[in-house]
Design a protein around this ligand. Structure first.
Ligand SMILES: Nc1ncnc2c1ncn2[C@@H]1O[C@H](COP(=O)(O)OP(=O)(O)O)[C@@H](O)[C@H]1O
Ligand SMILES: [Mg+2]
Length: 537
């Protein structure tokens, strides 16, 4: 899919809006390819069959009712019995078909969620970590979660309402046209009118809601930030001021939001009037046909019911379209994030490094980042140029430099989160690009600037980076119990127990315990990329 921002500007004219619908279609198609597997497609096909049957049966109801009335009126027992049995059958069959349709909706929803969940897990870790770490990068947790939720919303809107409304619309129009082609034509013509009105209403909402939604988003962000920084707010004596400010901002956003929806609701009036008008015209036409003896009076019942149902479905479909529109920007972000090229190509037969001393050489290294705010025109910002140095086995080297000098970039390059643009990193003489990544990362110990403690026990956190088979032996084996025991002795009561979210046990002196333990384990176990030790990088 083309890299192009989802543009609200596109949508200010009706034509532009129609064009943006093409874009929406592309994104939906992408979702369909990525997140709807063959099993789900089979479910959807079955769902369609059951939906058609269920709707066909329920749409037969007004016809049978007309037949019943006719039977009673003409004292025709056969008609009356046929109608009663038919109506009873529509109820029985209708509920069976509806149950089957619901069954397949549920199966499809679950299957799709499984697919998107697995796809996100896999793609997220497989994609270039350098891009993920980029400021303002696309592979953010927020993008993933929002995309996931929006996909779920779209699939629910389509499966619960879209399919049913679409099937009802087509069937009622078809049945109406069979019974009276003219009535079918009248309703079809008003459907076109209805479609245009719905389209312009949805355009109105999509265009005007964007700034309002961004106001709400900004407010939510601000509130989250202030809540997290509650100490700073309170000790600065700004709490009342903040509350007032946030209330004011919320009211402003709410009023703008209300204004849009009130004008939307006003705008739906012509649509309802048009629907009512078309049903009235249909009734008048059918009535005149009956008057002149071209049609049975009982046909009026199904004709008016089907005409009404067809008009009603347009409204439901417009609601689905609005929901899809609302979800499209997030789906587009998800699509872009998951379509990022994986720039870390692995050679077919990578060199597997064995444990032992390594020599690292930087040869004429150059690297830059795509920086949104770094350069005026958004072009790349060069961070490293012609960097060459060598670290021999056993040698200790410190990289010292001002903030922004590129120290962290070097550590990312060493771990091959990304590849350098120029030059090469050599490990024992091999270009890092030709080395088996897992075997290399096993040899690297990295303690990031910001400690990252995962939920779980302290022990879980300490042994996190170790291979599964050594995770228990590293703490239990006779030669290595010192730091493990030290933690226990020094009162880390929760050493073996869950620490709660973000290992809350670490907030007091135990954090110090973990840090000392971690440094020890770092030396012994070859380091831990995620161990919660504080060290500049
Ligand atoms: N992921 C990124 N995306 C864009 N620019 C980045 C990214 N990471 C770092 N930079 C920029 O690259 C420069 C070097 O950053 P960094 O390697 O983190 O420096 P140091 O660790 O020495 O403080 C800085 O100007 C920084 O803004
Ligand atoms: Mg740094």
């Amino acid at each position: 899919m083309e890299e192009q921002e989802y543009s609200q500007d596109n949508q200010t004219s009706l034509l532009g809006y129609l064009k943006s619908m093409g874009e929406t279609r592309d994104i939906l198609r992408w979702c369909l390819c990525e997140f709807v597997n063959d099993t789900a497609r089979t479910f959807i096909r079955r769902l369609l069959i059951w939906s058609v049957l269920s709707r066909a049966v329920s749409l037969a109801y007004p016809y049978l009712m007309g037949l019943g009335i006719d039977g009673l009126y003409q004292h025709n027992l056969t008609f009356a019995i046929f109608a009663v049995v038919g109506i009873a059958l529509t109820y029985v069959l209708g509920s069976v078909f509806e149950w089957r349709a619901g069954h397949f909706i549920e199966l499809t929803l679950g299957e799709n969620l499984r697919t998107i969940d697995h796809a996100i897990n896999k793609l997220f870790f497989a994609k270039n970590l350098g891009l993920h770490l980029q400021e303002g990068g696309k592979l953010t947790q927020e993008n993933m979660e929002k995309g996931w939720n929006r996909f779920d919303m779209v699939q629910k809107a389509v499966l619960f309402s879209g399919i049913d409304s679409g099937v009802t619309l087509v069937l009622s129009l078809l049945m109406l046209s069979v019974l009276s082609p003219m009535c079918g034509l009248i309703i079809a013509a008003t459907l076109v009118g209805n479609f245009v009105i719905s389209l312009s209403l949805n355009r109105l909402v999509t265009v005007h809601m964007e700034p309002v939604e961004s106001m709400f988003r900004a407010l939510t962000r601000k509130r989250g930030e202030r809540w997290q920084g509650v100490e700073r707010v309170i000790t600065s004596g700004r709490d009342l001021e903040e509350i007032e400010q946030m209330n004011r901002e919320f009211t402003t956003a709410l009023e703008a939001d209300r204004k849009i929806w009130l004008s939307y609701i006003r705008g739906t009036m012509p649509r309802s009037l048009l629907a009512g008008f078309s049903v009235t015209i249909t009734g008048l036409y059918a009535g005149s046909q009956v008057w002149y003896g071209h049609m049975d009076v009982v046909d009026i019942v199904p004709i008016l019911t089907w005409a009404g149902m067809a008009s009603q479905q347009m409204r439901f479909l417009a609601r689905v379209e609005r929901e899809v529109n609302w979800c499209t920007p997030s789906l587009k972000s998800l699509c872009h994030a998951l379509s990022l090229p994986n720039q870390l190509a692995q050679t077919d037969q990578p060199i597997v490094l064995s444990d032992g001393p390594v020599e690292i050489a930087f040869e004429g290294l150059g690297h830059s980042y795509d920086h949104k705010r770094g350069a005026e025109n958004g072009s790349a910002v060069s961070v490293l140029q012609e960097l060459s140095f060598r670290v021999r086995p056993g040698e200790k080297v410190a990289l010292i430099g001002p903030s922004g000098a590129g120290k962290s970039t070097i550590t990312r390059l060493i771990q091959r989160y990304m590849d350098p643009e120029h030059g090469a990193i050599r490990v024992n003489g091999h270009d890092l690009r030709e080395v088996d990544l897992r075997s290399w990362r096993r040899l690297v110990g990295y303690i990031p600037q910001t400690p990252r403690v995962f939920d779980g026990t302290l022990r879980d956190n300490l042994v996190y980076s170790l291979p599964p088979e050594t995770r228990s032996t590293i703490t239990e084996s006779p030669g290595r119990p010192q730091w493990h025991e030290a933690l226990r002795r020094r009162g880390s009561a929760r050493y073996d127990r869950g620490g709660g979210p973000q290992a809350s046990a670490l907030h007091d002196h135990r954090r110090g315990d973990l840090q000392s333990g971690c440094r020890e384990s770092d030396r012994r176990a070859g380091g831990d990329r995620s161990a919660p030790c504080r060290r500049g990088s």
